[in-house]
Design a binder for this molecule. Structure first.
Ligand code: PLP
Length: 396
């Protein structure tokens, strides 16, 4: 360590950067596989489907026909137009292409929004349990993370009154995420309307992470952008990773007011220059082409969800609510009276079952595990069997 300090000294802010435990568990699971173990992977949050063929063809065609160069920093106009049309239709709002910023994945929209809007001493409210990058990035930019707990009694929706009670004059951003990672919860239209009516006149912005908007099992997706005055005050994050099984392509976007879009465009110029041109052209195909493969994928997720939740509830000492969206179940394992992290490690080392402790998503995830059902039915059933027998042995 001392030797390292002689070579370089990391900036203080690096000590505030967090990580995604999913990647660590994946690495540990791969190491076990290399040693000859047969691991069931339920840890990573990505569809186990291939990107639909017509999208792949569009990317190959783009490369063959010379899409080899930089594009405008905020994205190719045609893609921004197609995104504007799609978002307008699905959210019931008017969107101009100037309000769209295309990025390499949806993740940079989280980073850029925080860089642009929150600084030292500012406060950012975020869901906990929630996507770990929120807290990591809030800390990194020097702001104060203010968690709003998602509780099982409310089906893991946030309590709107509790959220409103956390707002102070220093609050710059409220992050909401529906459907939610890791719980699969969905905010109701009433929740959103209630939040909107209370924050519309406050000097803050809402970052609405809607990356799972199309992976929804009941009703229609509700977005806070549709309530009076909220479109100007909301950064809507969405993308292609989950909907079209394109996690490795890196393609996402934010929709926001024009002034902020210009600022985020500057952050794009300073970091990525632009998103890969052929990936963007594939994005046009994705949104304008046959939505059948995407819809069938969601239908498969629904069947797995129903089966997995049924099986999890059959394990003695485990209870699991029915998630309404995304592809995660969040079983309650409190009856085992052990830290979730310990159970996560035990399942990996004793049963070759890779999944995540609820605390990988924040302190309010204690007592839960995140079980990704983006895996084959056969692996899911085997995963539940391994979980049941390991937990039974723990009880004995
Ligand atoms: N937001 C949430 C809640 C997520 O779960 C993820 C990915 O896991 C992302 C954003 C980022 O997705 P991507 O950068 O692949 O578009």
């Amino acid at each position: 360590m001392q030797e390292e300090a002689k070579i370089m000294q990391l900036a203080e802010r690096m000590s505030r950067l967090g990580t995604e435990t999913a990647f660590e568990v994946l690495a540990a699971a791969k190491a076990r596989e290399a040693a000859g173990h047969e691991v069931i992977h339920l840890e990573i949050g990505e569809p186990d489907f291939e990107t639909p063929e017509y999208i792949v063809e569009a990317a190959v065609g783009a490369l063959r026909s010379g899409a080899h160069h930089y594009t405008p920093a905020t994205g190719i106009l045609e893609l921004r137009q197609v995104i504007a049309t799609a978002v307008a239709k699905t959210r019931g709002i008017r969107v101009d292409p100037d309000q769209v910023v295309v990025t390499p994945g949806g993740k940079p929209i989280i980073f850029f929004s925080l860089l642009a809007l929150a600084g030292d001493g500012d406060e950012v409210i975020y869901p906990n349990p929630g996507f770990p990058i929120y807290e990591s990035m809030i800390r990194y930019v020097g702001a104060k993370p203010v968690p709003v707990p998602l509780r099982e009694e409310l089906d893991f929706r946030l309590d709107v009154e509790e959220l409103l009670g956390l707002i102070t004059d220093r609050t710059r951003i409220i992050i909401i995420n529906s459907p939610n990672n890791p719980t699969g919860s969905v905010l109701t239209a009433e929740d959103l309307e209630n939040i909107a009516s209370k924050v519309v006149d406050r000097n803050l912005m809402v970052l609405s992470d809607e990356i799972y908007s199309r992976i929804l099992y009941e009703g229609e997706h509700a977005s806070i952008t549709r309530y009076p005055g909220m479109q100007e005050k909301t950064i809507l994050l969405d993308g292609f990773s989950k909907t079209y099984a394109m996690t490795g392509w890196r393609l996402g976007y934010g929709v926001m007011n024009r002034g902020l879009a210009q600022q985020i465009g500057k952050l794009m110029i300073n970091s990525n220059s632009c998103t890969a041109a052929f990936t963007q052209i594939a994005g046009i195909a994705a949104l304008t082409g046959d939505q059948g493969p995407s819809l069938r994928m969601v239908e498969t997720f629904r069947q797995r969800r129903d089966r997995v939740v049924e099986l999890l509830n059959e394990i003695a000492g485990v209870t699991c609510r029915l998630p309404q969206g995304a592809f995660y179940a969040f079983p309650n394992i409190k009856s085992f009276e052990k830290p979730a992290r310990e159970i996560q490690n035990l399942l990996l080392t004793k049963a070759d079952l890779a999944l995540l402790s609820g605390t990988a998503f924040g302190c309010f995830g204690e007592g839960y595990l995140r079980f990704s059902y983006a895996a084959s039915m056969e692996n899911l059933e085997e995963g539940v069997r391994r979980m049941a027998s390991t937990l039974a042995r723990m009880r004995a």
